[in-house]
Design a protein around this ligand. Structure first.
Ligand code: ATP
Ligand code: MG
Length: 435
């Protein structure tokens, strides 16, 4: 199956896996993704399906999304699709919208040259790439810029073959996660690859190649250099994608959770028997179950659970210092979220809800009927009640109050939470009508 492709006199040996062997049935692939490839092919460009769409399919999972790689530049891609726009700075991609779905179309990356300019390629003192936009490579070059071999299998709609440039097909058969290139260098270029590694281990039936695994224990601290807003998104992908409970355990084993949530992890580490462990594990199991049954999950609730060990400890300290319970919880919430924003920054609209979930814990014990009815109308009641159940389940507080609220809700089925207050984001002003 070996072939040779050439570019600038360099050679890259690759394997071409025919349909009879890979068995990817186009009828079971996403029709819009195929039509994107067709459009690109018809305009004279190469186009391949790559990444999770191919990987998950070969491993017997249902792909979550489909990514296309092409030799068309972002501007050329935008010229071919009506609903396309360039997103990202560190790594530019094009979002192509087809119906309700969004597809990521990326231009082949080329290896970085010493004369690459600043907007194309940029690296900081740790070796981290802060720009990775050198275009003009071949599909073989593009494969070398991807993270794991399984994510670098290219399905070509034109000949229905899968192209492999890095031993990915063998890894797929062996169900092995292996990073492309020298592992430490690749993690230094982009430390998020360590989080991606454990995400794939949590969701897929894979083992990790020892050379891919070893540096993670040493280099986890590099995540501190990654932008805190990117880490917010990555944590959601890690823990709110259906395999949160397993992935949490892995992130702890590899020491990555400790980097992302230093204070909360310190409390967990100092109290190996603590109820906080149960609270987080149960919350993640519930989240996985909710997602499996097609229900939505709320990032603010996840963060309320992840940061609770730190917030609760601080609350108790502030109480001991003489603050009222309300003041102590308000202050503990604010400081805890602020302290963690050095690594993972929770956007304000979520942080506000996280704090409300904590603060309502102090009001739930007030079961006087008038107050309790007002509580049912609280937009955050449901989240606060779920959080209370978790605290009881983990035995942080004695059981009983949760049951009381369950019965109270059943007795007042007509009392619903009020609609959320409009947030404080500035409204777009309507342009005055002009004749
Ligand atoms: P998922 O099923 O969760 O979408 P995925 O592998 O498709 O998994 P994406 O974030 O959609 O993940 O990325 C698409 C592809 O882009 C990856 O499969 C990989 O080839 C490449 N990629 C993504 N992030 C990185 C990275 N940080 N470094 C190198 N390559 C990356
Ligand atoms: Mg994907």
């Amino acid at each position: 199956m070996g072939r040779i492709s050439t570019r600038n006199g360099e050679t890259a040996i690759h394997d071409i896996i025919p349909l009879e062997i890979h068995g990817i049935d186009e009828d079971r692939l996403n029709a819009s993704a195929i039509s994107i490839m067709q459009t690109l092919n018809e305009a004279g460009f190469e186009a391949y399906l790559v990444g999770g769409g191919v990987r998950d399919f070969l491993l017997g999972n249902i792909p979550k999304d489909f990514d296309v790689a092409t030799n068309a530049t972002p501007d050329e891609i935008c010229g071919l699709f009506r609903r396309a726009r360039i997103v990202g700075r560190r790594f530019q991609i094009v979002h192509v919208r087809m119906g309700p779905e969004v597809f990521e179309v990326t231009t082949f990356r080329a290896p970085h040259q010493d004369d690459s300019n600043d907007t194309e390629a940029r690296q900081d003192a740790n070796g981290m790439l802060t720009r990775d936009n050198v275009y003009g490579g071949t599909v073989a070059d593009d494969a070398q810029r991807r993270d794991f071999t399984l994510n670098a299998l290219y399905y070509n709609h034109k000949d229905r073959c899968v192209y492999d440039f890095c031993g990915a097909w063998q890894d797929a058969k062996a169900k092995q996660l292996r990073i492309i290139g020298e592992p430490s260098t690749r993690y230094r270029e982009d430390p998020v690859r360590m989080l991606r590694a454990i995400r794939f281990l949590g969701k897929l039936p894979l083992t990790i190649d020892p050379a891919t695994e070893a540096p993670i224990f040493e280099l986890g601290h590099l995540l501190r250099e990654v932008s805190s807003s990117r880490l917010f998104d990555e944590v959601l992908k890690l823990l709110q994608a259906g395999h949160g409970a397993d992935t949490f355990e892995l992130s702890w084993e590899y020491g990555l959770h400790q980097v992302l949530f230093p204070e909360a992890s310190q409390v967990l580490e100092a109290n190996t028997e603590s109820t906080y462990w149960d609270l987080i594990e149960q919350a993640l199991e519930n989240t996985d179950a909710r997602l499996k049954s097609g229900r939505t999950v709320n990032p603010a609730f996840l963060y309320a659970c992840l940061l609770w060990p730190a917030a609760h400890q601080r609350f108790q300290q502030l109480l001991a210092e003489g603050l009222s319970a309300q003041d102590a919880m308000r202050k503990a919430g604010a400081i805890t979220i602020d302290a963690n924003s050095a690594t993972v920054a929770i956007p304000r609209r979520f942080a506000q809800v996280t704090r409300e979930i904590w603060e309502l814990q102090l009001r739930l014990p007030n079961t006087q009927t008038r107050r309790a009815l007002a509580m049912l109308r609280q937009p955050r009641f449901r989240a606060a009640y779920d959080f209370l159940l978790l605290r009881e389940h983990s035995k942080e507080i004695p059981a009983g109050l949760g049951q009381w609220w369950t019965e109270f809700q059943a007795a007042h089925p007509d009392v619903k939470p009020e609609r959320e207050q409009p947030d404080d984001r500035p409204r777009r002003r309507r342009r005055p009508f002009r004749k």
